[in-house]
Design a protein around this ligand. Structure first.
Ligand SMILES: Cc1cc2nc3c(=O)[nH]c(=O)nc-3n(C[C@H](O)[C@H](O)[C@H](O)COP(=O)(O)O)c2cc1C
Length: 205
């Protein structure tokens, strides 16, 4: 399936067949996430892949929506905020300089121009990088969503969950910031396309 077709045919799927997702397909989804772009190539995405019914039930119990219970695969998507620790950033900058991906001259930056850019000025506390983390992990999740289309799978982003309870259930440290769940399975519905704004309505000015 080409990308255009996947984009056109994708729908949020909230009814799944009661069949498990094959291991090879799970691996392909995670590989698609792995290959996503991220700021400075930080790759902050981390995943909890939940197939066991008992474990999935624990998640469904702290989710606001009933259909979570019927998803045969739940992928909990987190950002590892340690990816914004200064030493790691230094390492990434060196790696980028040496990678041959960018011309060394093109790497020169005038940081004073970024003083009003919240993604560059928030510094100090790791929690200030949460907006950056959401961008990166969001892209990785959508890579999985579109790859799922190619594999005949349906998905639904799902954020309506008690993330503090998830943290307790899986005993997660503070540096993992919850971004979203992704429900995955074989679709048992063909929802119509939801309305979308026209291109003219998206253009500013
Ligand atoms: C970040 C994000 C969070 C979402 N969270 C939920 C959710 O908690 N529950 C839900 O039923 N759908 C959720 N959705 C799915 C949206 O409702 C859906 O994408 C939107 O209604 C458009 O429908 P479509 O995906 O079928 O085109 C979420 C989608 C995104 C991108």
């Amino acid at each position: 399936m080409d990308v255009r077709e996947a984009i056109l045919k994708r729908r949020s799927i909230r009814k799944f067949k009661e069949i498990p997702v094959e291991q090879e397909k799970i691996a392909q989804l995670l590989d698609a996430a792995r290959l996503a772009p991220s700021g400075s190539n930080r790759q902050p995405w981390r995943f909890l892949v939940l197939e066991e019914p008992k474990i999935r039930e624990l998640v469904a119990d702290v989710s606001a929506q009933m259909f979570v219970r019927r998803a045969p695969l739940i992928i909990l998507c987190y950002a590892d905020l340690r990816c914004w620790l200064p030493d790691y950033i230094k390492y990434l900058q060196e790696e980028l300089k040496n990678s041959g991906s960018v011309d060394r001259n093109d790497m020169a930056m005038n940081l004073s121009l970024l003083s009003s850019n919240p993604l560059y000025t928030s510094g100090k506390e790791l929690k200030n990088y949460i907006p950056n983390a959401f961008l990166d992990v969001g892209i990785a999740i959508e890579h999985m969503v579109l790859s799922a289309m190619d594999l005949g799978l349906g998905t639904c982003w799902c954020r309506l969950v008690d993330e503090l309870k998830l943290k307790e259930i899986f005993e997660l440290p503070d540096y993992y910031k919850f971004v979203s769940m992704l429900l995955v399975g074989y679709p048992d519905q063909c929802p119509p396309q939801r309305p979308r704004k026209d291109i003219e309505d998206l253009l500013i000015g």
